[in-house]
Design a binder for this molecule. Structure first.
Ligand code: FAD
Length: 594
């Protein structure tokens, strides 16, 4: 069976060495987040992930969730682990101390989330959605609703969900039919059916707070007529304690490919009482706050699974003996050499590693910008950070989920036939990773968001928040001979990205199908350039410290940076060609010929 050990050394490298932690601890409310505190927090999170969550991963997969008469039972051990997680204050780690949160930086929370996803991604879905719901309520709900709901959500006594999907409506939320009718007391009565609701019902918390999209009677058609409501499973009394059972119930749970310990519920609303969050018909705005949070979380699911898959594959490649090295026997006293000697195995392991270490840097980078956006007292800094978060969110969601899935598939490949056998554990990673490319807006939709909304936004302002720092970094370091192996490929890939951006902007103006046809390749090209930017910076830090290297950490970092630049980044060449050739072959293919 695979094991999991949190990559604490690399996490500390990203948090404290690649980036300057003082930028974050200088933010209002983050003063305590110094290196002295960050280290023990990460260590404690690692203990929880390794010892409590990881042992429940395989058993959670085989037991799955059980449904009976409206009730959902999570796999054995989940309730106890949840209690420990909540009592440790982990759900509220980045939340406002006003509601009982720890007020810790989002950049630190990103690392905590990665560990939870590596250890047990099903478990992570229960806690991740509560945090997303917290953010939407905290940003848009009335003070009364905040006071009533947030403290219990932050402490984990109550959990949260997001309820968008309906049988006829997935990507296209304009098709939502759930109805909300105003009652005399200021509340609303909601009726309809929601499907695929993660953690819609379970036995981990005494109450579940659903954020539900629905239509008011006077709603304009389509996406502009959707409102957001808070609908609790149990209606709290005036004193905040649990009262009457509300009319929102679980009708069934789905039998699915992966994340089997995460309950995916069909929820039926029959005159369920709810309260409006934000303005009528402006629900999408509020829901996007939650969705953006969740999109980052879904990208981190890919990263987390990719890390576990990498660790399992490395262990197996060291233990399993098959064949001899192409360059001559390496272990003559053994019946065969370990898999690790074979170039193709090393190719897969290093591809996984280049992704997880680069992906970790990318997720902490966005986490830092979320902290600046939410906490800085400098309005310009807040605005710039928000622009970058807007731009990077579809990249993080889409690229990390896809690369995490690829990493899980590679782990199966490294294990060979044994990877395909359930009891060896890695096929679970391949199944669990698959959903991250679909939910929270399928990856194709993220690509459309990037080319359709993020590129043109404010005449390219979001783009400049990325392009300018990259160009500035290249210019500032270009004279450094030791950095040439990193700067040259970065500059080449960045050039491709700039040309491809111009091509998409021009061709897309004339024919939107051209932008759509290029979008997925463009997103991947963009993500690879973002990783190259981070890998070049990581190489620079590692080169500057390699003399102090006692455990080979910096040497390995530099070697992985070389691998990324030489073996992964050249993919930008084929992506660039596909973008530049346009979408004609796809769009002119006759419908009848499919
Ligand atoms: C395990 C699981 C958990 C989930 N959890 C939740 C949850 O907690 N809350 C919730 O509300 N929903 C949840 N979902 C639903 C999930 O978000 C949707 O399945 C997803 O958004 C896609 O919608 P769909 O399945 O209806 O696919 P469709 O919308 O039918 O799309 C099918 C395919 O077509 C593509 N496509 C659709 N429209 C376009 C377009 N305009 N342009 C280009 N391509 C397009 C999509 O990218 C996708 O690849 C969950 C789903 C699953 C399976």
């Amino acid at each position: 069976m695979p094991s999991y050990s949190a990559p604490l050394r690399d996490m500390q490298f990203v948090y404290n060495e690649l980036f300057d932690p003082a930028d974050i601890s200088a933010l209002p409310g983050c003063e305590d987040a110094t290196a002295d505190l960050v280290e023990p927090v990460l260590e404690e999170a690692a203990r929880l992930a390794e010892n409590e969550l990881f042992p429940l991963n395989a058993t959670g997969d085989s037991h799955g969730c059980q449904y009976e008469d409206g009730k959902v039972t999570t796999p054995p051990g989940f309730a106890k682990a949840y209690q420990e997680y909540a009592e440790g204050g982990w759900i509220g780690l980045p939340c406002d101390p006003k509601y009982g949160g720890q007020g810790m930086p989002g950049a630190l929370n990103v690392l905590m989330e990665e560990m939870a996803c590596s250890a047990n991604v099903s478990f992570a879905t229960y806690v991740g959605l509560t945090r997303g719901a917290y953010r939407a309520i905290n940003t848009f709900a009335s003070e009364e609703l905040k006071e009533r709901y947030l403290p219990k959500m932050v402490s984990g006594i109550w959990s949260g969900t997001m309820c968008l999907t309906e049988p006829q409506c997935g990507t296209d939320l304009g098709l939502i039919r759930t109805k909300a009718v105003a009652a005399d007391d200021g509340s609303h009565q909601l009726t309809g059916t929601k499907i695929f609701i993660t953690a819609g019902e379970h036995d981990l918390t005494e109450n579940i707070i659903h954020l539900v999209l629905a239509r008011l009677p006077d709603a304009p058609p389509g996406i502009k007529g959707i409102s957001l409501f808070l609908v609790p499973k149990f209606l709290p009394n005036k004193d905040g304690e649990l009262g009457e059972r509300n009319g929102m119930r679980c009708a069934r749970i789905e039998n699915k490919m992966g994340i089997k310990a995460s309950a995916t519920c069909e929820m039926s609303l029959e005159n369920a009482t709810g309260w409006l969050i934000g303005e009528p018909h402006k629900g999408m705005r509020a829901m996007f706050t939650m969705m953006n949070d969740a999109r980052l979380g879904v990208g981190i699911q890919g990263l987390g699974i990719g890390e576990s898959a990498y660790q399992a594959a490395v262990q197996y490649a060291k233990d399993r003996q098959q064949g001899r090295s192409l360059s001559g026997t390496q272990y003559p006293d053994q019946p065969a050499d370990p898999l690790l000697v074979h170039p193709d195995i090393r190719r897969m392991l290093l591809t996984m590693r280049a992704f997880t270490e680069g992906g970790r840097a990318l997720s902490v980078w966005i986490g830092r910008n979320i902290d600046i956006r939410d906490r800085s007292d400098n309005p310009q800094a807040r605005k710039e950070a928000d622009d970058l978060v807007q731009l990077l969110t579809p990249l993080v969601k889409s690229y990390l989920s896809e690369a995490g899935h690829d990493a899980a598939q590679m782990a199966v490949q490294v294990y060979g036939g044994h990877g395909y056998i359930r009891e060896n554990g890695v096929e679970q990673y391949a199944r669990d990773a698959r959903i991250a490319m679909i939910y929270e807006g399928a990856n194709g939709i993220q690509a459309l968001d990037l080319v359709g909304r993020k590129l043109p936004a404010h005449m390219g302002r979001y783009l400049r928040r990325f392009f300018h720092p990259v160009q500035k970094w290249i210019d500032a370091n270009t004279a450094d001979a030791t950095l040439q192996p990193f700067i040259l490929p970065l500059a080449k890939a960045f050039g491709r990205l700039q040309i491809a951006t111009g091509q998409i902007a021009q061709a897309g103006l004339k024919n939107p199908n051209e932008a759509g046809a290029a979008s997925s390749e463009y997103l991947k090209l963009f993500a690879l350039v973002a990783l190259a930017f981070l890998w070049a910076q990581m190489a620079k830090v590692a080169l500057s410290k390699k003399e102090t290297d006692e455990e080979g950490f910096y040497q390995a970092k530099i070697a992985t940076a070389h691998f990324f630049m030489e073996r992964v980044l050249p993919q930008t060449g084929s992506l660039f060609s596909a973008i530049m050739v346009g979408g004609k072959t796809m769009m002119e293919f006759p419908d009848d010929a499919f």
